[in-house]
Design a protein. Structure first.
Lengths: 221, 114
C-alpha cells in the first residue's frame, strides 16, 4: 500500500521560522543570519560592527557555536545582550533553537539581532531561522571558488562580504574569477570587499547595514 | 552533515503517517531532493539507516530522486533547466530577474508499507 505524503521534510523548521519572523516583525526587530566557513571572520566582523553601531542602534547577538563560549566572550566588552547556543556538534542552527532563546532578549529594546551561525557553508543555508536576510561572509584565504561550490548560499543571501582582502597579495585568490562566478549565480547581489583586520571597506558595510535597519519594513525571507 | 538532521525529521514524519494509517511495517520511502540542497545520497542513506533503527521503517528501501534546477524568467516567463553551476540569467531575454522553481526540494513523496 502506497501512501502519498508530498510534504517538505523541513516543514517543522519552516513553521517555527515563520513564527519567529512574525514575532520579530511585530516587535520591529531586524534579524540577520551570518553564514560563513569556520575562520572567515564572523566574530571579528561582529566586533568591528558592534564597536561602531552600538552607539547608534540597540544590538543583540545570538552566538551559534559547536562548543565553547569563546566567541561570545570576545563580544562581551561591548555590553550588549548576547545569547550563546552550543549545538554540541550540530553543524547548523535551526529555528527551534532560535525561538527558544528569543525570550532571553528584551525585544522591545532591540533594533537588530545578529546571528552568528555555526561555521559551515552548506547546512546553515538549508535552515530558515526566521531572519530578515542571510549574509554570506567569505574570506580570501578560503580560495576564490566558494560561490560556484555553494550556489545555494550565494543565491539566497542578500549581501556578500569578501573579508581579509589585506591578504590578497599573499594568496593565489583571483578576484576576477570570484566575481565572475558570483555574477553567474546571483547577478544582482551586492559585494563589498573588506578587511576586518585593517578596517578597509568596513565603513561601506556599516552604511549598508544601517540602511537595512532603518528600512525595517523589509521583512522577507 | 545536515543529512543526519534531515533524515531524523523525515523519520518523524514517516512514523506519524504510519501511525495514522495503522501500518505495522514500512517497506519503501520515496523522496525528492533538489540539486541545490546538497544532499549526498550515500550519506543520507546512512543517516536514514541510523534514524530508523529499531522502528517500523528499519530496513526500508529508500528511493532518492534528484531534481534538477529549473528557473523561470520573471520578465519573459521562459522556463528551463540549468546545471547547478549554471548561469542564473535568462537565456531568452538576458534578464537577471529570475526565480528558482525547482531544485530546492526536500520532499517526502510517499511511503509504502503494510
Amino acid at each position: 500500500m502506497e501512501i502519498k505524503i508530498m510534504k517538505n521534510i523541513l516543514d517543522r523548521n519552516q513553521n517555527k521560522a515563520d513564527e519567529v519572523r512574525n514575532l520579530l516583525k511585530e516587535k520591529n526587530v531586524v534579524m540577520v543570519n551570518i553564514i560563513s566557513s569556520p575562520g572567515a571572520g564572523k566574530t571579528t566582523l561582529l566586533e568591528r560592527t558592534c564597536e561602531v553601531l552600538k552607539n547608534t542602534f540597540r544590538i543583540g547577538v545570538i552566538e551559534g557555536d559547536i562548543t565553547t563560549d569563546r566567541d561570545a566572550i570576545r563580544l562581551k566588552k561591548y555590553d550588549i545582550p548576547i545569547v550563546l547556543i552550543n549545538t554540541e556538534g550540530g553543524c547548523h542552527l535551526d529555528s527551534h533553537s532560535i525561538s527558544k532563546v528569543l525570550p532571553e532578549f528584551e525585544l522591545e529594546n532591540l533594533d537588530i539581532i545578529f546571528i552568528e551561525n555555526v561555521g559551515n557553508l552548506i547546512c546553515p543555508s538549508q535552515f530558515d531561522l526566521g531572519e530578515n536576510f542571510k549574509l554570506a561572509l567569505v574570506s580570501v584565504a578560503e580560495g576564490d571558488d566558494k560561490p560556484v561550490k555553494y550556489p545555494m548560499l550565494f543565491r539566497e543571501a542578500r549581501l556578500v562580504l569578501l573579508n581579509k582582502i589585506d591578504l590578497l597579495p599573499y594568496t593565489n585568490f583571483s578576484f576576477d574569477n570570484f566575481y565572475a562566478d558570483l555574477q553567474q549565480i546571483n547577478p544582482k547581489i551586492p559585494l563589498f570587499q573588506i578587511s576586518c583586520t585593517n578596517g578597509s571597506g568596513i565603513e561601506q558595510w556599516l552604511k549598508w547595514i544601517s540602511a537595512q535597519i532603518h528600512s525595517k519594513s523589509n521583512h522577507t525571507a | 552533515m545536515h543529512e543526519i538532521r534531515i533524515a531524523q525529521d523525515m523519520q518523524k514524519i514517516i512514523l506519524e503517517v504510519a501511525s495514522e494509517e495503522n501500518l505495522n511495517k514500512i517497506n519503501t520511502v520515496n523522496v525528492q531532493f533538489g540539486e541545490m540542497v546538497h544532499i549526498v545520497p550515500d550519506i543520507f542513506c546512512f543517516a536514514f539507516e541510523e534514524a530508523s533503527r529499531n522502528s517500523l521503517s528499519e530496513g526500508a528501501e529508500l528511493n532518492i530522486e534528484i531534481i534538477p534546477v529549473k528557473i523561470r524568467c520573471i520578465n519573459c516567463l521562459k522556463e528551463y533547466e540549468i546545471s547547478r553551476e549554471g548561469r542564473f540569467e535568462c537565456i531568452n531575454c538576458g534578464s537577471v530577474e529570475i526565480e528558482i522553481i525547482r531544485g530546492k526540494e526536500l520532499l517526502i513523496k510517499s511511503i509504502e508499507g503494510e
